[in-house]
Design a protein around this ligand. Structure first.
Ligand SMILES: Nc1ncnc2c1ncn2[C@@H]1O[C@H](COP(=O)(O)OP(=O)(O)OP(=O)(O)O)[C@@H](O)[C@H]1O
Length: 224
């Protein structure tokens, strides 16, 4: 069980020399583990997250989540893997504006084949835990920035993913909301035994994760 990233490289073709973005990144995580990835702009952080989330294949190397290499799956298998095994939280919440908070949290359930009463109860329980139990029928426009990110977190966790990926999840928030969302990310992923990888420029957010690694010019190394 866990996440294994072995010697992952990624390069993009250009008219001249290929642009090498990741150079042999290796890391391992276990359920309940949390990791912050920091590094300068353009160092490859989002590229690494896309590979971990099975959105983009590496040029070389191997990724396995709970023993499955997603890039060996066919297209429907890969889509199912992303929806059911990985949760995503981004800097922008990407909630559907016309849907209520509860409906937004149920979207990954619908994509996985339906939303039963049990799914609905689970979504409500998650929304209670992120402090939005009294906002189920509100639309995203009626929420604050921090509340929208908390709804996005509930949506990311509704399928009980093995891996939660967060790309600058507090980038648009004021200090207090950022602290609150950061702590919630950690607490909820621990409770669900989900592995958490957070890419961030925020030292405060990086500091609350169990471990920190730095990407520099495509090379990943532990810090502390
Ligand atoms: N699809 C692509 N095609 C070509 N080059 C790309 C592509 N995606 C990313 N890059 C390049 O790869 C490098 C790393 O980008 P990436 O977005 O992973 O960096 P980052 O560390 O997340 O940066 P930031 O902190 O600014 O978000 C950049 O030079 C970028 O221009």
């Amino acid at each position: 069980m866990g996440l294994s990233v072995q010697d992952v490289s990624r390069q993009y073709p250009t008219p001249g020399e290929p642009l090498v973005v990741l150079r042999g990144a290796t890391l391992a995580m276990e359920p309940g583990d949390s990791l912050a990835i920091v590094g300068p702009s353009g160092s490859g952080k989002s590229t690494l997250l896309s590979i971990l989330g099975a959105l983009d294949p590496p040029t070389a190397g191997r990724v396995e989540l709970d023993g499955v290499d997603p890039f060996t799956l066919d297209e429907p298998g890969l889509a199912r893997f992303r929806n059911e095994r990985v949760g995503f939280v981004f800097q922008d919440h990407y909630l559907l504006p016309q849907c209520t908070v509860l409906e937004n949290v149920l979207v990954p359930k619908l994509a996985a084949g339906g939303s039963s009463d049990a799914d609905r109860q689970q979504a409500e329980a998650l929304l209670n835990r992120v402090g939005l139990g009294d906002r189920l029928t509100h639309r995203p426009a009626e929420l604050s920035g921090g509340e929208r990110q908390r709804a996005a977190l509930a949506r990311a966790l509704v399928n009980r993913p093995a891996l939660l990926l967060a790309d600058e999840p507090t980038g648009n928030l004021d200090r207090q909301s950022a602290e609150n969302v950061g702590e919630l990310l950690l607490e909820m992923s621990r409770q669900q035994e989900t592995m958490l990888v957070v890419v961030t420029h925020s030292q405060e957010l990086a500091a609350v994760m169990a471990r920190r690694m730095r990407l520099d010019d495509g090379r990943l190394s532990p810090i502390d």
